[in-house]
Design a protein. Structure first.
Length: 134
């Protein structure tokens, strides 16, 4: 596959995902020392979606640019390791170390569980004999 179309698919997807994340975090800002439910929700839902998309995009019928557009682009721009780490650092400096550490642990465990759940859902959708399966 030519590199320029992949680069453009990732770039376009990344713009869309980053704009969605920015819109959510701007609409629902977190107070200092508070648990950042918005970034947690973004990251967990993004991990779930990545699990689904990664498996479903392995189909021979999937368009070749679908996976880079959705996973690396949209979902890579939507989810954000840096925002949750910056939030943790902000809380540590602000004297909310317990909140920061809890937030980091919950983010990691929930993200991994969501990705596994997304894979399980995709497997169920692709199960042979399932009506409407690909």
């Amino acid at each position: 596959m030519p590199r320029l179309p992949v680069l453009l698919a990732v770039a376009l997807g990344g713009v869309l995902g980053a704009l969605a994340r920015y819109g959510l975090t701007s609409a629902f800002p977190v107070r200092s020392g508070g648990f950042d439910w918005v970034v947690l929700g973004v990251n967990v839902s993004g991990c779930f979606a990545i699990g689904v998309v990664m498996l479903l995009s392995e189909s021979r019928r999937a368009k070749p640019l679908l996976r880079p557009f959705l996973t690396t682009g949209v979902l890579g721009g939507f989810t954000t390791f840096s925002s949750y780490v910056v939030g943790m650092q902000r809380d540590m400096v602000g004297g909310a170390a317990r909140t920061a550490l809890l937030y980091g642990a919950v983010s990691l465990v929930a993200g991994l569980a969501a990705a596994a759940a997304g894979l399980a859902v995709a497997r169920a959708l692709l199960r042979p004999g399932r009506e409407g399966a690909a």
